[in-house]
Design a protein. Structure first.
Length: 117
């Protein structure tokens, strides 16, 4: 499984970005997909996740109401819509995939998101 993340960039506070994670796999049935981020000097944190079969999502409290994870089954792509961006959202964002009940096994390359105040 290969994951290709894209969509990062430099924006101003209050702007929006949409990250995409295109996955190469015949099916993601039974998988969960996640978006993580890591800011300089901080640990990597889970931002949002989605269970492929059920569509059930999770969003961290720090992004709830601003970020939305979604998927396009036909394109095997997971998105992270980020609205009302804040400087504290600045980080490298990673997408990941793993079978439900297991750790995330597959990781994409990071995409940098920088939010200026």
């Amino acid at each position: 499984v290969q994951l290709q993340a894209s969509g990062g960039g430099l924006v101003q506070a209050g702007d929006s970005l949409r990250l995409s994670c295109e996955a190469s796999a015949r099916t993601f049935s039974g998988y969960r997909m996640g978006w993580f981020r890591q800011a300089p000097g901080k640990e990597r944190e889970l931002v949002a996740s989605l269970r492929w079969n059920s569509g059930i999502t999770y969003h961290a409290d720090s992004v709830k109401g601003r970020f939305t994870i979604s998927r396009d089954n036909a394109k095997n792509t997971v998105y992270l819509q980020m609205n009302s961006l804040k400087p504290e959202d600045t980080a490298v964002y990673y997408c990941a995939a793993g079978r439900e009940g297991e750790t995330y096994q597959y990781w994409g390359q990071g995409t940098q998101v920088t939010v200026s105040s």
